[in-house]
Design a protein around this ligand. Structure first.
Ligand code: IMP
Ligand code: MG
Length: 199
């Protein structure tokens, strides 16, 4: 029995260390993320009291934040998703955006809150906001878990921000590097050995 538990624990630790090999400095711990998401949830619930909210998540990174945030909301809400791709290098956004998956729900006349994982240059969000505004929602606001203000190339009005972070490439809690590391429960800097040249 004991031997079996020890083997299981060892296997678990090996998996964990394999995933965590790409992790540099941890910027925001699990508990701090959840505490801030509770605050955002309370603020959004108060602001949207008496209204029906439609959360629009940007795949894939925002899924984790959105799932936790919506469980902190006390207003009725629906969710929908968009997938967009920017033609850029692995860690950089070009601002040229293509819709890969559009919304299922008609946003005309709806109270729309776009849920983002991170705003970097702002180019992706800027495109998305223009696109959604043209569909005539009753209101259109943004909540982002993270923002890198130093990297901003275009101003986008963001109503709710979880954390401002420095100009570093981060992974975890939905954020990927080449599609990996989304399942880390915290936000960390990508290990310097893995950072591509030019970022
Ligand atoms: P923007 O158009 O430059 O604002 O890029 C936004 C998108 O780039 C985000 O939704 C992320 O998918 C990705 N991104 C930007 N910075 C990071 C980062 O530090 N880690 C992981 N993905 C990032
Ligand atoms: Mg990404």
């Amino acid at each position: 029995m004991e031997g079996c538990a020890a083997v299981k624990q060892l296997a678990g630790e090996e998996r964990k260390s394999e995933l965590e090999r790409g992790v540099g400095e941890i910027l925001i711990e699990d508990e701090a993320l959840q505490a801030r998401i509770r605050e955002l949830g309370a603020e959004i619930s108060a602001d949207y009291a008496g209204r029906d909210l439609l959360l629009v998540g940007v795949l894939k990174g925002a899924v984790f934040f959105m799932a936790d945030l919506m469980r902190e909301l006390t207003v009725p809400c629906e969710i929908d998703f968009m997938a967009i791709s920017s033609y850029g290098a692995a860690t950089d956004s070009s601002g040229v955006v293509r819709i890969l998956k559009d919304l299922d729900i008609n946003v005309a006349g709806r109270e729309v809150l776009v849920v983002e994982d991170i705003i970097d240059s702002g180019l992706t969000l800027s495109y998305l906001m223009r696109n959604l505004r043209a569909r005539k929602p009753a209101s259109l606001e943004v909540v982002t878990l993270l923002t890198k203000p130093e990297r901003r190339e275009i101003e986008v009005p963001v109503r709710y921000v979880g954390f401002e972070i420095p100009n570093r490439f981060v992974i975890g809690y939905g954020l990927d590097f080449a599609e990996r590391y989304r399942n880390l429960p915290y936000v960390a800097v990508l290990h310097p050995d893995l950072v591509p040249n030019g970022t």
